[in-house]
Ligand binder design. Structure first.
Ligand code: F6P
Length: 547
């Protein structure tokens, strides 16, 4: 098969990228007052302004051509249809079935998965109602007031970050706490302030083999028993979400307290499954359902909208454009909304665990860049630290700005300032500041010619830095669902073009295995050390410090 980089589409994009040399977005905006309007698209309450990108109609057409040649639509349809597209693990990829409100069946191996999905949603709904109404009580008869959600990776980031993002919708009588890290400081801090009699532990682990989650749950169980609970009271205070029912039962979970999920739900796509139970507990079932409905709407948009209006397609292709034709190695996410501050970390797992790959198809080592580094944090904080590098550094960092146009209970002055900073940054990145502008600003400052020239050189900003701006009227549960699904499908589009399997994570698996081998040597102090010299020395130092 012809390597991707040798295809006509790729070569065409390469020469289009070279052809942009010397051109500036600033001039394009001056020459074409329809640019902003032509390069804005909207769906599911999200408006994407992608006009501040290094693109024109010819480039976009070439990118659509690449998507077609790489059969992105056919691959998308195969995912939605339940085909075994995660070929290295022999699994279907069906997070979309978890928010399928079409009433249509979704088949895996000829079996409709929807009855089980709907039954689990009913179970979640009933459980949330029992907790909120106080009919589910702790073993001493107290209503549940605190939920401790234990999980890591997708079994943590989804629930925590979506719950955090929806603060205006929180159910006030319940407090949610999250524990992920195996670092004992984390669970210790969380449990320290809690009363075991009104606390419910939700353990979330798809595999039920994850060291961090198992250990944190054991610690929580020991805390519960030490505080006065007995083994038979556990069922009232410990529930779990897992696809490994047998392991959960062997661990001691009451079978009625297990919320199932399935192997066709990837960890980083699992918030739509019962892994989202803490969100439902923290927001109420109706708000949780809205989240799923928002994702479903974005699914329909992804399947139905033509490429030119298709938000995931546009964002995916723009990412390919910079990663592969401008050597951009990272992509920054800048939510201008405090409650959405965790979103970059969420997309970090979603994107980097999905497309941080270097083998395409069956066994082809790729010779092109794949998934970029995803990073970022909330605006305006970043403006006073790392934005400097985006403006004037030597690396190209495409950015996604995000802003809700309305925020419940927000002071207007603050919100206008927030918005002005967001828009101002996109403008500064695009237009920059020319040497002549910087030089003119220094007029009458009493500088020598030499000093004025030097300072103007430092103050010159190249501009021409690409960014997308995503606006939504407000970040309600439905819009958040759409936003998350938008990024999921963006990642899908890129994985499809690169030809990688976006749904396995063998690199992560290796770390788990090696970590367990080392743990055995840390606990058995006399065991011979037979690793490399550096690892042996690190273990010895740990042993010496923990005699
Ligand atoms: O770290 C890898 C990973 O498999 C993630 O994909 C997943 O979200 C996380 O571990 C947690 O896994 P589990 O839900 O099986 O405990």
């Amino acid at each position: 098969m012809t390597s991707l980089t040798q295809t006509d589409n790729w070569q065409q994009l390469q020469s289009l990228a070279q052809g942009l040399n010397g051109q500036h977005m600033r001039d394009w905006f001056k020459q074409d007052d329809t640019r902003a309007q032509r390069y804005t698209s909207q769906a599911c309450g999200i408006e994407l302004d992608y006009s501040k990108n290094l693109i024109n109609d010819e480039i976009l057409a070439a990118l659509y051509g690449l998507a077609e040649a790489r059969q992105v639509s056919a691959k998308r349809d195969a995912m939605f249809a339940g085909d075994i597209i995660n070929h290295t693990e022999g699994r279907a990829v069906l997070h979309t079935a978890l928010r399928n409100f079409s009433g249509q069946p979704v088949l895996v191996d000829g079996q409709d998965v929807m009855p089980e999905v709907l039954a689990t949603q009913d179970k979640i709904k009933a459980f949330v109602e029992r907790i909120h109404s106080g009919s589910h009580k702790g073993y001493t008869g107290k209503a549940i007031k605190h939920i401790v959600s234990i999980g890591i990776g997708g079994s943590f980031l989804g629930p925590k970050i979506m719950f955090e993002a929806l603060k205006p919708y929180w159910y006030q009588d319940i407090k949610l706490h999250f524990v992920a890290n195996v670092d004992g400081c984390h669970i210790q801090d969380v449990l320290a302030g809690l009363d075991h009699e009104d606390t419910l532990i939700v353990m979330s682990s798809k595999s039920f083999t994850t060291q961090e989650t198992l250990q944190n749950t054991l610690t929580a169980k020991a805390w519960f028993l030490q505080a006065g609970g007995t083994q038979q009271d556990i069922a009232k205070h410990f529930i779990c979400v897992s696809s490994n029912i047998k392991a959960a039962v062997d661990f001691g979970m009451d079978e009625d307290n297990i919320f199932p999920m399935w192997d066709w739900v990837g960890g980083r796509y699992s918030l739509w499954s019962a892994i989202g139970l803490p969100i439902a507990l923290g927001l109420g079932y109706e708000n949780y359902r809205q989240l799923l409905e928002g994702a479903y709407e974005m699914d329909r948009h992804f399947v139905e909208a033509p490429a030119e209006q298709n938000l995931p397609m546009l964002m995916g292709l723009l990412g390919i454009w910079y990663t592969n034709f401008f050597a951009a190695q990272s992509h920054v996410l800048l939510p201008y909304y405090h409650y959405l501050r965790g979103f970059p970390a969420y997309v970090q797992q979603l994107d980097m665990e999905s497309n941080g790959k270097s083998v395409a198809g069956d066994a082809e080592q790729v010779d092109y860049a794949t998934g970029p580094v995803i990073w970022g944090s909330e605006g305006t904080n970043g403006q006073h630290s790392f934005h400097q590098l985006i403006h004037q550094g030597q690396v190209l960092i495409p950015a996604d700005f995000m802003l809700p146009l309305n925020v419940p209970n927000q002071d207007d002055t603050h919100h206008a300032m927030l918005a002005s900073n967001c828009f101002g940054q996109t403008q500064a990145l695009m237009q920059g500041k020319t040497y002549d502008e910087a030089y003119a600003e220094l007029e009458g400052k009493g500088l020598s010619e030499e000093k004025r020239h030097a300072l103007a050189t430092h103050k010159t900003m190249p501009g021409n830095k690409p960014s997308n701006t995503l606006l939504f009227s407000q970040l309600d549960p439905k819009t958040l669902g759409s936003l998350v699904a938008l990024y999921e499908h963006k990642v899908f589009v890129q994985g499809a073009i690169w030809g990688v399997n976006s749904f396995d994570q063998w690199g992560v698996e290796l770390g788990k295995v090696l970590g367990n081998n080392i743990l055995a040597k840390l606990t058995d102090r006399d065991a011979a050390l037979d690793f490399d010299a550096s690892t042996n020395a690190l273990i010895s130092r740990f042993r010496a410090a923990n005699q």
